[in-house]
Design a protein around this ligand. Structure first.
Ligand code: CTP
Length: 451
């Protein structure tokens, strides 16, 4: 799949100001179309200029008049209607000549957001259909494309929709996952509700600033460890743990989405590989250590989310132990090496190291702070595994990211969102370091962020 081209991500900020952009908002036909009005309103309030393309079906849910009133610009829906604004965005002079076609709108856009994206629109985008202005514009987009799916949970979870989203993600499209909750159809609950307009806009702005900012992610080499190691007892049995690798893969996907070059050392992960990442598969702590040592030199950021065994059987049997052999009353264990601790010993000052600590119950943050100091890390992501429904082998997590300069609290949310918060923190730390040129510290000071 690596042959699939990745869309161009760079952009020229409008008028040199990286904080505002020309946004093209595509609205497809679902009940969540009404939320696109709020997204447009927030974008304009933030200083962006917005043009809107509606699919014909979306007009059955929300009329063009609402968008036109908010954006101050005509809404387009068909390839054949002339654009009264001739492809310009609000505030820009009207071009003297009408453009050859309405693709001028997408050519001038700095980001194309499709929110809500229905199952039908996702299927069309995944397979390159161009049967209305929205799908045609998406096919012609050279700017970052962001889509926020919204639909019934069964439609969202259908393999056709999931495969379409995966395909789009591999091509460099940013997907803003829908939320779980009450759905439009009476009494239905599940995943499929459009993400909140504030979150949609924040994701777009992150993407825009990553493309425009000199301290963005382009060229940053990120090494992620994911999953859990397995230490053999004999040729078929092992001592392992419940880590699924979801958190690590979410980190890898998010780093790649921001433009980083990502390598993942994956210990026993049975998930589809994260998009645009190089994956090195390992099984044991010793293999993980070797792979990390080889990759560490050339990485700028290490995200150590793998659950690494602290002990392994000292003398694993080469064959399968038989139950009728002598009674197996104990397995002698020996300690493994602390991979992160050892890498931290040989770190360069410009490298940034993030550890993960799954702690049980009271004192979780204190233990986390202890590890931050002991392993000389820049940040540590702490979660309390005594709490039900978060952490190991489930899609959600709730964490606190401790760093030398502050604390970022992330309430219970999807691992994708946790990954965004971790990378936001890495961005902050990289920026702070560039500002102060300071070395990694281990005390926690004032900055508190709640996500
Ligand atoms: N880690 C590692 N090598 C190990 C154990 C842990 O690199 N042998 C890394 C983990 O990937 C994680 C961080 O160290 O990023 C903290 O892991 P954790 O198991 O919480 O820390 P330990 O030092 O093993 O402490 P504990 O006594 O709580 O198990």
């Amino acid at each position: 799949m690596s042959s699939i081209p990745v869309r161009t991500r760079g952009r020229t900020p409008r008028g040199g100001d990286p904080s505002v952009a020309r946004l093209l908002l595509g609205v497809s036909g679902g009940i969540a179309a009404y939320k696109a009005i709020e997204t447009a309103r927030l974008a304009i309030r933030a200083g962006h200029t917005v043009r809107v393309i509606q699919t014909p079906t979306s007009k059955r849910f929300v009329g063009t008049a609402s968008f036109e009133a908010i954006t101050g610009a005509p809404v387009l829906s068909s390839e054949f209607e002339p654009d009264p604004a001739r492809g310009s965005y609000p505030g820009e002079p009207l071009p003297e000549r009408a453009p050859i076609n309405h693709l001028a709108l997408v050519e001038r856009a700095e980001l194309f957001l499709i929110a809500p994206a229905t199952a039908n629109t996702i299927a069309k985008l995944a397979h390159g259909h161009a049967d209305n202005l929205l799908s045609t514009a998406a096919l012609a987009a050279a700017c970052p494309l962001v889509i926020a799916p919204a639909m019934n949970n069964r439609m969202y979870l259908h393999p056709a929709t999931q495969a379409g989203l995966e395909l789009l993600e591999r091509r460099g499209v940013t997907i803003i996952p829908p939320e779980e909750g009450e759905l439009a159809s009476h009494g239905e609950h599940g995943i499929g509700r459009l993400a909140q307009p504030e979150q949609i806009l924040a994701a777009c702005e992150r993407l825009l600033s990553a493309g425009a900012s000199p301290d963005g992610w382009a060229g940053v080499r990120v090494l992620v460890t994911a999953g859990g190691t397995r230490e053999p007892i004999d040729s078929v049995r092992f001592i392992g743990n419940r880590s699924s690798g979801r958190m690590g893969y979410a980190l890898a996907a998010e780093a790649a989405r921001r433009g980083a070059e990502v390598t993942v050392v994956a210990a026993n992960v049975s998930l589809a590989p994260p998009p645009r990442s190089r994956v090195i598969e390992v099984q044991t702590a010793a293999e993980l250590k070797l792979a990390c040592e080889r990759q560490f030199e050339s990485c700028d950021v290490l995200l150590m989310s793998a659950a690494v065994a602290d002990f392994r059987p000292a003398r694993p049997a080469a064959t399968k132990l038989k139950k009728d052999a002598e009674a197996l009353t104990s397995i002698e264990l020996e300690p493994t090496e602390d991979v992160l601790g050892a890498l931290s010993e040989r770190r360069r000052p410009d490298q940034l190291l993030v550890g993960f600590a799954a702690e049980h119950g009271d004192g979780a943050l204190e233990y986390g702070r202890g590890k931050l100091a002991r392993k000389r890390l820049d940040a540590i992501v702490v979660n309390d595994i005594s709490r039900a429904g978060i952490g190991f082998d489930v899609p959600e997590n709730e964490v606190v990211i401790l760093s030398a300069s502050g604390e970022r609290q992330v309430g219970k949310t999807s691992k994708e969102r946790v990954a965004q918060a971790v990378l936001d923190e890495v961005e902050t730390l990289r920026r702070e370091r560039k500002g102060s040129n300071g070395a990694a510290g281990a005390t926690t000071a004032g900055r508190i962020t709640r996500v």
